[in-house]
Design a protein around this ligand. Structure first.
Ligand SMILES: Nc1ncnc2c1ncn2[C@@H]1O[C@H](COP(=O)(O)OP(=O)(O)OP(=O)(O)O)[C@@H](O)[C@H]1O
Ligand SMILES: [Mg+2]
Length: 485
């Protein structure tokens, strides 16, 4: 049929291996904390709740233990005698992709919490006298892990390359499974470029239609305005100049399968109205014919745009937006799915090395750390491209940082330099601490270190003795044990 060029329409192809089975290991927890009493009581409490818990009191011991046994959950103290706990997070994740690391700390700071999450930690919690909140958190993770295992088992054959264990992707799969049961519901998939909207559409297609049913993808950007209706609905012979024979459109081609409107935000406003009518009536007719045909296919739309915003700007019809919003599914960006990064990286590594006939090992901690620090503005596609490139460059054996794209390595270095410097961290609670209170604490600290000698304290603070006296006055901190006045 004429005019098909540039319009992506095709049947479903299975081009990726299905997900790995969730492993049936017993649920084990590693508690890493140099406060032995705390570590032991936490481990005891976990065992009382039916889990298997081990303890490690130093970073070195923790790494050694995690090398011999795989722990789905690691509870990690922030300040260990031999290392910063947060720095260990990528090591645990590299040992076992999908491992849940929870960083425990004596008191919370926003900066270190952000840092912990960026390294791939699931959570950052404050240690209290009672171990109960931590135990509850672990039980929650265990229940989620069981749910994931069920999802893994249930749909292994139809996961269709929609991989991931992060809470975000588990929720997406749950929603897709739910809506799979009602094939007439229109589904809207939203998410940044490269997050896997098309993969999600394929999953839904597989989950809701008979095997062999077609998936027809309509690229709304590429739809040529003059032919669009004939492409979608087909036409009768003589319906317009040049229509020398009757032709079927995409709705007919999709049969009882799925029709995916990709980049729906780019659809021409005139066509938006026509699509709305088809969605509402679930009927269409060929151009030049009055015979109505039922829509047998599920209608799915995908976009990386903010449709609500487009409605406000007047480029997207409000009524179509409302119709599409009946069942929206948001696919979170990869940077919100920290746990999926290494899982996907390993999957792509296996995929591309199989294809190129290379033997390449799973990424070690150095590569894992770099991959985890990146923010993936291009999402899964960016990660996939990076791994493909790395597999091409790597001769075999161990994947090294130099095989990764420069941009990714550079970003990891910058964020490590920002977070890993040895300067003491400034801890403050936003909304409670103020610049004044911080200044006051610094002055107190300096006076303490200087044994109350003000000239020395001023030197430590980098101000003159006079300036220090002024500040002491301002804060009403004049002490009577003036040693050098
Ligand atoms: N969860 C996932 N598991 C495995 N592969 C994935 C996953 N998500 C995405 N991919 C892969 O990443 C690439 C991008 O995914 P996809 O084309 O579905 O993204 P998209 O959201 O449709 O992007 P765009 O907005 O640019 O169209 C594809 O090669 C796809 O196979
Ligand atoms: Mg897409």
């Amino acid at each position: 049929m004429p005019g098909h060029g540039g319009v992506a329409a095709g049947r479903l192809t299975v081009n990726e291996k299905t997900a790995d089975r969730a492993d049936p290991e017993p649920f084990r927890v590693l508690v890493v904390d140099d406060e032995k009493l705390f570590a032991r009581s936490l481990a005891r409490e976990l065992e009382r709740r039916g889990l298997a818990a081990d303890t490690a009191f130093t970073a070195a011991e923790a790494l050694e233990k995690s090398a011999t046994g795989a722990y789905p959950v690691v509870l990690l103290d922030h300040k260990l005698p031999d290392d910063d706990g947060i720095r260990l997070v990528p090591h645990f994740l590299a040992r076992r992709p999908g491992c849940v690391v929870i960083v425990m700390t004596a008191y919370q700071t926003i900066a270190s919490a952000v840092q912990a999450i960026r390294q791939g930690a699931e959570d950052y919690i404050v240690k209290e006298a009672s171990t109960a909140p931590i135990v509850e958190r672990v039980l929650e993770v265990m229940r989620r892990d069981q749910l994931r295992a069920e999802i893994g088992d249930l749909s292994e054959h139809k996961r269709m390359g929609l991989l991931g264990r992060s809470p975000g992707i588990v929720e997406v799969i749950r929603l897709l499974d739910q809506v799979a049961a009602s094939p007439e519901t229109t589904v809207l998939l939203v998410g940044e470029s490269g997050v896997g909207k098309e993969v999600a559409a394929q999953y839904l297609h597989r989950a809701s239609t008979a095997s062999g049913a077609p998936l027809v993808t309509v690229d709304c950007v590429a739809l040529p305005a003059n032919l669009v209706e004939s492409l979608l609905f087909g036409h009768e012979k003589g319906a317009f100049t040049g229509a020398d024979r009757a032709t079927d459109g995409f709705f007919h081609e999709a049969g009882r399968g799925t029709i995916l409107f990709d980049e729906i935000g780019d659809m021409d406003p005139a066509l938006q109205g026509k699509l709305l009518r088809v969605i509402e009536s679930r009927e269409f007719h060929r151009l030049g014919s009055s015979r109505v045909q039922p829509v047998g296919a599920r209608i799915v739309a995908a976009t990386n745009r903010d449709l609500a915003q487009q409605v406000r700007q007047g480029t997207f019809r409000f009524d179509l937006f409302e119709r599409l919003s009946v069942f929206p599914i948001r696919i979170p960006p990869l940077r919100e799915r920290g746990e999926d990064v290494l899982l996907l990286a390993e999957h792509f590594l296996r995929f591309f090395s199989d294809r190129l006939g290379k033997r390449i090992e799973a990424p070690g901690p150095d590569v894992a750390e770099i991959l985890l620090a990146h923010d993936y503005s291009g999402n899964v596609r960016e990660l996939k491209n990076a791994v493909e490139r790395a597999v091409i460059l790597c001769p075999g054996g161990k994947l090294a940082p130099e095989h990764l794209p420069e941009r990714i390595v550079r970003q990891a270095r910058t964020s490590a330099a920002g977070a890993g410097s040895d300067a003491p961290r400034v801890d403050f609670v936003p909304g409670v601490d103020t610049l004044d209170s911080l200044e006051r604490r610094m002055i107190q600290e300096a006076l303490q270190r200087a044994n109350g000698v003000k000239t020395e304290a001023a030197r430590l603070l980098g101000i003159s003795r006079f300036q220090l006296l002024r500040r002491l006055d301002k804060f009403g901190m004049k002490s009577d044990d003036d040693r050098d006045s």
